[in-house]
Ligand binder design. Structure first.
Ligand code: A3P
Length: 328
Protein backbone atom coordinates (compact mmCIF):
# COMPACT_ATOMS: atom_id res chain seq x y z
CA UNK A 1 0.00 0.00 0.00
CA UNK A 2 1.37 3.34 -0.93
CA UNK A 3 1.88 5.57 2.04
CA UNK A 4 -0.79 8.21 2.52
CA UNK A 5 -2.66 7.12 -0.57
CA UNK A 6 -6.33 7.90 -0.42
CA UNK A 7 -8.97 5.70 -2.02
CA UNK A 8 -12.52 4.60 -1.62
CA UNK A 9 -13.11 1.59 0.53
CA UNK A 10 -13.97 -1.44 -1.59
CA UNK A 11 -17.68 -1.68 -2.26
CA UNK A 12 -18.46 1.14 0.06
CA UNK A 13 -17.09 -0.60 3.11
CA UNK A 14 -17.25 2.61 4.98
CA UNK A 15 -18.05 2.75 8.60
CA UNK A 16 -16.33 -0.34 9.80
CA UNK A 17 -14.36 2.13 11.89
CA UNK A 18 -17.57 1.92 13.89
CA UNK A 19 -16.06 3.15 17.07
CA UNK A 20 -17.82 4.20 20.19
CA UNK A 21 -20.38 6.80 19.23
CA UNK A 22 -22.47 6.82 16.08
CA UNK A 23 -21.67 7.12 12.40
CA UNK A 24 -21.99 9.52 9.57
CA UNK A 25 -22.16 13.26 9.13
CA UNK A 26 -25.79 14.26 8.73
CA UNK A 27 -27.36 16.75 6.33
CA UNK A 28 -25.42 15.76 3.18
CA UNK A 29 -26.58 14.78 -0.30
CA UNK A 30 -26.54 10.95 -0.53
CA UNK A 31 -23.73 10.68 -3.12
CA UNK A 32 -21.54 13.16 -1.28
CA UNK A 33 -22.35 11.35 1.95
CA UNK A 34 -21.30 8.03 0.42
CA UNK A 35 -18.07 9.51 -0.83
CA UNK A 36 -17.26 11.12 2.48
CA UNK A 37 -18.15 8.01 4.42
CA UNK A 38 -16.01 5.67 2.37
CA UNK A 39 -12.86 7.64 1.67
CA UNK A 40 -9.97 5.98 3.43
CA UNK A 41 -6.25 6.58 3.69
CA UNK A 42 -3.26 4.75 5.02
CA UNK A 43 -1.33 5.82 8.10
CA UNK A 44 1.65 3.81 9.34
CA UNK A 45 0.46 0.70 7.52
CA UNK A 46 -3.20 0.81 8.57
CA UNK A 47 -6.31 2.05 6.75
CA UNK A 48 -8.48 4.67 8.42
CA UNK A 49 -11.71 6.38 7.47
CA UNK A 50 -10.90 9.94 6.58
CA UNK A 51 -14.08 11.61 7.80
CA UNK A 52 -14.06 9.87 11.15
CA UNK A 53 -10.37 9.56 11.89
CA UNK A 54 -8.53 12.46 10.29
CA UNK A 55 -4.78 12.19 9.85
CA UNK A 56 -4.19 15.13 12.20
CA UNK A 57 -5.78 13.12 15.02
CA UNK A 58 -3.43 10.22 14.41
CA UNK A 59 -0.44 12.52 14.28
CA UNK A 60 -1.59 14.04 17.57
CA UNK A 61 -1.26 10.64 19.24
CA UNK A 62 2.50 11.10 19.17
CA UNK A 63 2.29 13.91 21.68
CA UNK A 64 -0.94 12.96 23.47
CA UNK A 65 -0.51 13.41 27.22
CA UNK A 66 -1.53 10.27 29.07
CA UNK A 67 -2.51 10.85 32.71
CA UNK A 68 -1.43 8.40 35.40
CA UNK A 69 -5.03 7.59 36.25
CA UNK A 70 -6.32 7.27 32.67
CA UNK A 71 -8.17 4.08 31.79
CA UNK A 72 -7.70 3.04 28.19
CA UNK A 73 -10.13 0.53 26.72
CA UNK A 74 -8.40 -0.90 23.69
CA UNK A 75 -10.30 -3.13 21.29
CA UNK A 76 -10.51 -4.14 17.69
CA UNK A 77 -13.95 -2.90 16.50
CA UNK A 78 -16.94 -5.07 17.49
CA UNK A 79 -15.16 -6.96 20.24
CA UNK A 80 -17.08 -5.54 23.20
CA UNK A 81 -15.93 -1.93 23.52
CA UNK A 82 -19.23 -0.47 24.71
CA UNK A 83 -19.86 -3.28 27.15
CA UNK A 84 -16.44 -2.80 28.72
CA UNK A 85 -16.88 0.97 28.78
CA UNK A 86 -20.18 0.55 30.62
CA UNK A 87 -18.57 -1.81 33.14
CA UNK A 88 -15.76 0.64 33.80
CA UNK A 89 -18.11 3.61 34.09
CA UNK A 90 -20.35 1.64 36.43
CA UNK A 91 -17.39 0.64 38.59
CA UNK A 92 -16.45 4.31 38.86
CA UNK A 93 -20.08 5.14 39.70
CA UNK A 94 -20.41 2.43 42.37
CA UNK A 95 -22.77 0.49 40.13
CA UNK A 96 -25.37 3.20 39.56
CA UNK A 97 -25.99 4.01 35.87
CA UNK A 98 -27.65 7.33 36.71
CA UNK A 99 -24.44 8.50 38.33
CA UNK A 100 -22.48 8.14 35.08
CA UNK A 101 -21.85 11.58 33.68
CA UNK A 102 -22.38 10.61 30.07
CA UNK A 103 -22.61 14.19 28.96
CA UNK A 104 -19.17 15.13 30.12
CA UNK A 105 -17.42 11.84 29.74
CA UNK A 106 -18.87 10.00 26.81
CA UNK A 107 -19.63 12.41 24.03
CA UNK A 108 -16.39 12.17 22.14
CA UNK A 109 -16.47 8.69 20.58
CA UNK A 110 -13.06 7.01 20.48
CA UNK A 111 -9.81 8.83 21.16
CA UNK A 112 -8.80 8.90 17.50
CA UNK A 113 -12.10 10.20 16.21
CA UNK A 114 -13.45 13.56 15.26
CA UNK A 115 -17.20 13.62 15.56
CA UNK A 116 -18.22 17.26 15.52
CA UNK A 117 -21.55 17.93 17.19
CA UNK A 118 -23.19 21.25 18.05
CA UNK A 119 -22.25 20.56 21.65
CA UNK A 120 -18.73 19.48 20.95
CA UNK A 121 -16.81 20.87 17.99
CA UNK A 122 -13.48 19.44 19.14
CA UNK A 123 -11.67 16.32 17.95
CA UNK A 124 -11.70 13.69 20.68
CA UNK A 125 -8.05 14.04 21.62
CA UNK A 126 -8.59 17.74 22.28
CA UNK A 127 -11.93 17.28 23.97
CA UNK A 128 -10.52 14.79 26.46
CA UNK A 129 -7.94 17.37 27.52
CA UNK A 130 -10.88 19.35 28.89
CA UNK A 131 -12.48 16.60 30.96
CA UNK A 132 -11.76 15.82 34.56
CA UNK A 133 -10.08 12.62 35.73
CA UNK A 134 -10.57 9.77 35.71
CA UNK A 135 -10.81 9.62 31.99
CA UNK A 136 -12.07 6.51 30.25
CA UNK A 137 -10.54 6.47 26.79
CA UNK A 138 -11.82 3.91 24.30
CA UNK A 139 -9.71 3.39 21.21
CA UNK A 140 -9.36 1.08 18.22
CA UNK A 141 -5.84 2.28 17.44
CA UNK A 142 -3.29 -0.33 16.39
CA UNK A 143 -0.27 -0.66 18.61
CA UNK A 144 2.05 1.43 16.47
CA UNK A 145 -0.29 4.42 16.64
CA UNK A 146 -1.65 4.24 20.20
CA UNK A 147 -0.03 6.81 22.55
CA UNK A 148 3.25 5.13 23.38
CA UNK A 149 3.14 6.06 27.08
CA UNK A 150 0.55 3.34 27.69
CA UNK A 151 2.96 0.76 26.32
CA UNK A 152 5.57 2.06 28.73
CA UNK A 153 3.31 1.54 31.72
CA UNK A 154 1.44 4.82 32.11
CA UNK A 155 -2.28 4.68 32.85
CA UNK A 156 -4.27 1.46 32.89
CA UNK A 157 -5.27 -0.58 29.87
CA UNK A 158 -8.24 -2.90 29.68
CA UNK A 159 -7.80 -4.80 26.43
CA UNK A 160 -10.73 -6.88 25.22
CA UNK A 161 -10.62 -9.36 22.38
CA UNK A 162 -13.25 -11.69 20.97
CA UNK A 163 -13.33 -14.78 18.83
CA UNK A 164 -12.90 -13.35 15.35
CA UNK A 165 -15.73 -15.34 13.77
CA UNK A 166 -18.20 -13.51 15.98
CA UNK A 167 -16.21 -10.29 15.60
CA UNK A 168 -16.58 -10.52 11.84
CA UNK A 169 -20.26 -11.43 12.13
CA UNK A 170 -20.85 -8.48 14.42
CA UNK A 171 -19.02 -6.18 12.02
CA UNK A 172 -20.98 -7.42 9.03
CA UNK A 173 -24.27 -7.07 10.91
CA UNK A 174 -23.40 -3.52 11.85
CA UNK A 175 -22.55 -2.66 8.24
CA UNK A 176 -25.63 -4.43 6.92
CA UNK A 177 -27.85 -2.39 9.16
CA UNK A 178 -26.12 0.95 9.11
CA UNK A 179 -24.24 1.10 5.84
CA UNK A 180 -26.46 -0.68 3.34
CA UNK A 181 -24.15 -3.70 3.18
CA UNK A 182 -26.54 -6.56 3.66
CA UNK A 183 -25.65 -8.14 0.29
CA UNK A 184 -21.92 -7.90 0.95
CA UNK A 185 -21.25 -10.76 3.35
CA UNK A 186 -18.75 -12.45 1.05
CA UNK A 187 -16.80 -9.23 0.52
CA UNK A 188 -16.68 -8.40 4.19
CA UNK A 189 -15.60 -11.97 4.92
CA UNK A 190 -12.71 -11.79 2.44
CA UNK A 191 -11.61 -8.39 3.62
CA UNK A 192 -11.56 -9.50 7.24
CA UNK A 193 -8.93 -12.10 6.45
CA UNK A 194 -6.81 -9.65 4.47
CA UNK A 195 -4.65 -6.65 5.25
CA UNK A 196 -7.30 -4.31 3.93
CA UNK A 197 -9.71 -3.90 6.82
CA UNK A 198 -10.10 -0.49 8.34
CA UNK A 199 -8.20 -0.34 11.63
CA UNK A 200 -5.98 -3.16 10.39
CA UNK A 201 -6.15 -6.92 10.29
CA UNK A 202 -7.81 -8.38 13.40
CA UNK A 203 -5.12 -10.99 13.94
CA UNK A 204 -2.15 -8.63 13.56
CA UNK A 205 -3.89 -6.05 15.73
CA UNK A 206 -4.68 -8.52 18.51
CA UNK A 207 -1.36 -10.35 18.52
CA UNK A 208 0.57 -7.10 18.88
CA UNK A 209 -1.34 -6.26 22.07
CA UNK A 210 -1.25 -9.88 23.28
CA UNK A 211 2.51 -9.47 23.70
CA UNK A 212 1.79 -6.84 26.38
CA UNK A 213 -0.62 -9.02 28.34
CA UNK A 214 1.78 -9.40 31.26
CA UNK A 215 2.56 -5.69 31.54
CA UNK A 216 1.57 -4.35 34.95
CA UNK A 217 -0.80 -1.77 33.49
CA UNK A 218 -2.48 -4.27 31.11
CA UNK A 219 -5.51 -6.43 31.72
CA UNK A 220 -6.19 -8.71 28.76
CA UNK A 221 -9.75 -10.04 28.63
CA UNK A 222 -11.76 -12.18 26.25
CA UNK A 223 -15.39 -11.43 25.45
CA UNK A 224 -16.39 -15.08 25.82
CA UNK A 225 -14.92 -15.25 29.34
CA UNK A 226 -16.80 -12.09 30.24
CA UNK A 227 -20.02 -13.66 28.97
CA UNK A 228 -19.45 -16.89 30.87
CA UNK A 229 -18.60 -15.19 34.13
CA UNK A 230 -19.38 -11.47 34.12
CA UNK A 231 -18.94 -11.16 37.88
CA UNK A 232 -15.34 -12.31 37.69
CA UNK A 233 -14.72 -9.90 34.83
CA UNK A 234 -16.11 -7.01 36.86
CA UNK A 235 -13.96 -7.95 39.86
CA UNK A 236 -10.83 -8.21 37.70
CA UNK A 237 -11.48 -4.87 36.04
CA UNK A 238 -12.25 -3.13 39.34
CA UNK A 239 -9.11 -4.56 40.87
CA UNK A 240 -7.03 -3.57 37.87
CA UNK A 241 -8.15 0.04 37.95
CA UNK A 242 -7.74 0.21 41.72
CA UNK A 243 -11.40 0.42 42.80
CA UNK A 244 -12.61 -1.36 45.90
CA UNK A 245 -16.30 -2.22 45.63
CA UNK A 246 -18.66 -3.86 48.10
CA UNK A 247 -20.29 -7.14 47.09
CA UNK A 248 -23.54 -5.25 46.54
CA UNK A 249 -21.82 -2.73 44.30
CA UNK A 250 -20.25 -5.53 42.27
CA UNK A 251 -23.70 -7.07 41.87
CA UNK A 252 -25.04 -3.72 40.69
CA UNK A 253 -22.27 -3.37 38.10
CA UNK A 254 -22.96 -6.88 36.80
CA UNK A 255 -26.71 -6.32 36.62
CA UNK A 256 -26.52 -2.87 35.10
CA UNK A 257 -24.00 -3.87 32.43
CA UNK A 258 -26.22 -6.68 31.10
CA UNK A 259 -27.52 -6.23 27.58
CA UNK A 260 -31.04 -5.49 28.77
CA UNK A 261 -30.00 -2.89 31.28
CA UNK A 262 -27.53 -1.30 28.91
CA UNK A 263 -30.26 -0.95 26.31
CA UNK A 264 -32.34 0.95 28.84
CA UNK A 265 -29.43 3.15 29.91
CA UNK A 266 -28.48 3.92 26.32
CA UNK A 267 -32.06 4.66 25.36
CA UNK A 268 -32.30 7.09 28.24
CA UNK A 269 -29.05 8.76 27.25
CA UNK A 270 -30.21 9.01 23.65
CA UNK A 271 -33.48 10.57 24.75
CA UNK A 272 -31.55 13.11 26.73
CA UNK A 273 -29.30 13.60 23.72
CA UNK A 274 -26.17 13.46 25.80
CA UNK A 275 -24.06 10.97 23.88
CA UNK A 276 -22.77 11.51 20.34
CA UNK A 277 -25.69 11.56 17.97
CA UNK A 278 -24.26 12.85 14.78
CA UNK A 279 -25.78 10.82 12.01
CA UNK A 280 -28.81 13.03 11.76
CA UNK A 281 -30.98 10.39 13.38
CA UNK A 282 -30.26 11.22 16.95
CA UNK A 283 -32.39 8.73 18.80
CA UNK A 284 -31.29 5.14 19.20
CA UNK A 285 -27.88 6.04 17.92
CA UNK A 286 -25.94 4.12 20.50
CA UNK A 287 -28.40 1.26 20.41
CA UNK A 288 -26.66 0.35 17.18
CA UNK A 289 -23.84 -1.01 19.27
CA UNK A 290 -26.06 -3.43 21.16
CA UNK A 291 -27.23 -6.29 19.01
CA UNK A 292 -27.36 -9.95 20.08
CA UNK A 293 -24.45 -10.08 22.47
CA UNK A 294 -24.01 -13.85 22.12
CA UNK A 295 -21.23 -16.32 21.40
CA UNK A 296 -21.58 -18.40 18.23
CA UNK A 297 -23.76 -16.21 16.02
CA UNK A 298 -21.18 -16.73 13.28
CA UNK A 299 -22.82 -20.08 12.57
CA UNK A 300 -25.75 -18.21 11.07
CA UNK A 301 -23.47 -16.60 8.48
CA UNK A 302 -20.45 -18.74 7.63
CA UNK A 303 -20.72 -21.35 4.91
CA UNK A 304 -18.90 -24.62 5.49
CA UNK A 305 -16.23 -23.59 2.97
CA UNK A 306 -15.82 -20.19 4.59
CA UNK A 307 -15.48 -21.81 7.97
CA UNK A 308 -12.70 -24.05 6.70
CA UNK A 309 -10.93 -21.15 5.05
CA UNK A 310 -11.24 -19.02 8.16
CA UNK A 311 -9.98 -21.81 10.41
CA UNK A 312 -6.93 -22.27 8.26
CA UNK A 313 -6.18 -18.54 8.17
CA UNK A 314 -6.69 -18.31 11.93
CA UNK A 315 -4.41 -21.29 12.56
CA UNK A 316 -1.63 -19.78 10.47
CA UNK A 317 -1.91 -16.37 12.04
CA UNK A 318 -2.09 -17.55 15.64
CA UNK A 319 0.51 -20.31 15.39
CA UNK A 320 2.86 -20.28 18.37
CA UNK A 321 1.27 -17.18 19.92
CA UNK A 322 -0.54 -18.90 22.79
CA UNK A 323 -3.63 -16.78 22.11
CA UNK A 324 -6.67 -18.99 21.68
CA UNK A 325 -10.34 -18.28 21.13
CA UNK A 326 -13.55 -19.91 22.18
CA UNK A 327 -15.90 -20.05 19.21
CA UNK A 328 -19.05 -21.35 20.89
P1 A3P B 1 -23.00 -8.55 18.42
O1 A3P B 1 -23.06 -7.72 17.18
O2 A3P B 1 -22.42 -9.91 18.20
O3 A3P B 1 -24.31 -8.63 19.13
P2 A3P B 1 -18.36 -2.91 20.14
O4 A3P B 1 -18.92 -2.20 21.32
O5 A3P B 1 -16.89 -3.13 20.22
O6 A3P B 1 -18.82 -2.26 18.87
O7 A3P B 1 -18.96 -4.40 20.15
C1 A3P B 1 -20.30 -4.62 19.82
C2 A3P B 1 -20.66 -6.04 20.20
O8 A3P B 1 -20.72 -6.14 21.64
C3 A3P B 1 -22.05 -6.41 19.70
O9 A3P B 1 -22.00 -7.80 19.43
C4 A3P B 1 -22.91 -6.09 20.90
O10 A3P B 1 -24.17 -6.69 20.88
C5 A3P B 1 -22.01 -6.63 22.01
N1 A3P B 1 -22.39 -6.11 23.33
C6 A3P B 1 -22.66 -4.83 23.68
N2 A3P B 1 -23.05 -4.76 24.95
C7 A3P B 1 -23.02 -6.02 25.44
C8 A3P B 1 -23.33 -6.60 26.71
N3 A3P B 1 -23.75 -5.87 27.74
N4 A3P B 1 -23.18 -7.94 26.84
C9 A3P B 1 -22.76 -8.70 25.82
N5 A3P B 1 -22.47 -8.21 24.59
C10 A3P B 1 -22.60 -6.88 24.41
Amino acid sequence: MASDSAKQTPSGMGPSGMGPGGIGPGGMAPEKMRQVMTERYEYKGTWFLKFMVPRTNLEAMETFQVRDDDIFIITYPKCGTHWTMEIVYLILANGYPDKIDRNEKMKFGALEMFIPTPNNPLPAYKFVETITSRRVLPTHLPINVVPSAVLQGKGKVVYVTRNPKDGLTSMFSFMAKNAGMKDKWNEVFEQYISKDMLNGNFFDFSLAYWKHRHDDNFLFLKYEDMKRDPRSAVIMIADHIGCVLSDEAIDRVVANSSMDQMKKSYQKADEQNVMPAFDGQGKENLGKFLRKGTVGDWKNHFTVAQNEKFDEYCREKMAGSGLTFQFE
